[in-house]
Design a protein around this ligand. Structure first.
Ligand code: DGY
Length: 418
């Protein structure tokens, strides 16, 4: 039997750049924020020291205002666009100017359980995570829900959630640029040029105000309250609070943040679709999108029975759940990035949250499907939810981490010796 554990560990080792891990060679040649948190957890299953180092390296990119960037450009790589010269981040290390879903505190809590001897390192990281979470609370809230100022901030780059807000952006003057992603991966699996023009335009707008958050509030045409960010930050604050109590830290403001975010999550409930939805802050309108982010409520500690039927319907429509977009929707595309494919990392967040909240049948289904995807088709970035065909980048760090930390445990292929 092929030892998928050995393969997964080898992927982490091969993508290790010494202190940080690439999501995959070629397509993503730098340190990505939430990829890195998954990598830290994956490493902790067999090399905890390396796991802690990953989180420490991530925090070296933190800006003075607390923001932890979504990409940290440790070493130049001409194979990626947009690089440090385009982003012009103003942190201690060249970086992008936006953040990403804050899953690091939750993985740190897991790492501490797996490796209690890492406590001193966790204590040193904790205040940095708190500063980062405060930055979200200061700059990204709308009615208590967390907004993104660029589709890439939510990690779900080309999700249909952004279509209405993107349509309001005039990118006619974006200028010439050369994409690199489509030279690594089939363009049919990547965002369109229409989307890309707007991604770059939003970067140019951020650069024009030197990523000053106060000014960005006035000039940025894109502001969408999003279930990915709201639920991950809510969960991350719960974990930060629990660790802070254990470490004897002052956690009173974190208690307030949790209450604010719980109220904010409620504002994302869209009765029209029977699900948690994204909301365009500029227009005030819901986007009417059921996605895998709609299913993150359980991960956030919100056991909402109203949310289950729609998620079960999406699962029932696929052979390999959970799809990133409602298969019944017109714009569903099974191979295009966040418009349909099944993503192991989201499956893990959703499935583990359901396990914690006792949503057993759906959780078991998602976990088993996720394991089958890797058993049948290796460690891809994402997969066709109908056929299981691998898509996007290959030998992917966070997919391997999901096998090591979660998906592999229910299968025949038992965890091998480290
Ligand atoms: C990309 O380059 O597609 C990344 O997802 C941006 O974060």
């Amino acid at each position: 039997m092929t030892d998928l554990y050995a393969q997964a560990r080898q992927i982490l080792r091969d993508n290790d750049k010494g202190g940080y891990t690439l999501p995959t060679h070629g397509l993503y040649p730098y340190q990505w924020n939430w990829d890195s948190a998954f990598a830290a957890w994956g490493f902790t299953t067999f090399d905890p020291d390396r796991g802690w180092t990953e989180l420490e390296t991530l925090m070296t990119g933190q800006w003075e205002d607390g923001m932890v960037p979504h990409i940290i450009f440790h070493q130049p790589d001409p194979g990626y666009f947009p690089g440090p010269d385009v982003w012009q981040g103003r942190g201690p290390i060249p970086s992008s100017g936006i953040s990403q879903p804050p899953v690091a505190a939750t993985f740190m809590a897991k790492m501490l359980t797996m490796h209690p001897a890492g406590e001193a390192r966790a204590r040193a990281i904790w205040p940095k995570l708190k500063d980062w979470h405060r930055w979200f609370m200061d700059w990204r809230l709308d009615q208590g829900a967390v907004c993104v100022t660029h589709p890439w901030e939510a990690g779900r780059d080309n999700a249909p959630d952004w279509d209405a807000a993107m349509a309001e952006i005039n990118a006619d003057d974006v200028g010439d640029y050369t994409r690199r992603d489509t030279s690594h991966v089939d363009p049919a699996m990547r965002p369109t040029k229409y989307d890309y023009d707007r991604y770059i335009k939003l970067v140019q707008i951020g650069v024009s105000v030197n990523w000053d958050q106060e000014k960005l509030l006035a000039v940025n045409p894109f502001r969408v309250a999003d279930p990915t960010m709201t639920f991950t930050l809510l969960r991350a604050n719960r974990d930060l609070l629990a660790m802070g109590r254990r470490f004897g830290e002052d956690v009173s403001d974190i208690e307030d943040w949790i209450k604010t975010l719980e109220a904010g999550a409620d504002t994302l409930w869209n009765p029209q679709i029977g699900g948690y939805d994204s909301r365009d802050v500029r227009s005030g309108a819901f986007n009417g999108i059921l996605s895998n982010a709609s299913a993150l409520c359980w991960y956030a500690g919100i056991n909402d029975a109203r949310a289950l039927p729609a998620i079960e319907r999406m699962l029932a429509a696929c052979t390999y759940g959970l799809p990133s977009y409602d298969p019944a929707a017109d714009g569903f595309e099974p191979l295009r990035y966040w418009r349909g494919p099944s993503w192991p990392i989201m499956n893990y967040l959703v499935g583990s949250g359901m396990e914690e909240q006792g949503i057993d049948a759906a959780a078991a289904r998602i976990r088993a499907d996720t394991a089958r995807l890797m058993e049948e088709n290796g460690f891809a970035e994402y997969y066709d939810p109908h056929t299981g065909a691998p898509a996007g980048g290959g030998t992917f760090t966070w997919t391997a981490a999901v096998w090591l930390g979660w998906a592999g445990h229910d299968t025949e292929d038992k965890r091998g010796a480290a």
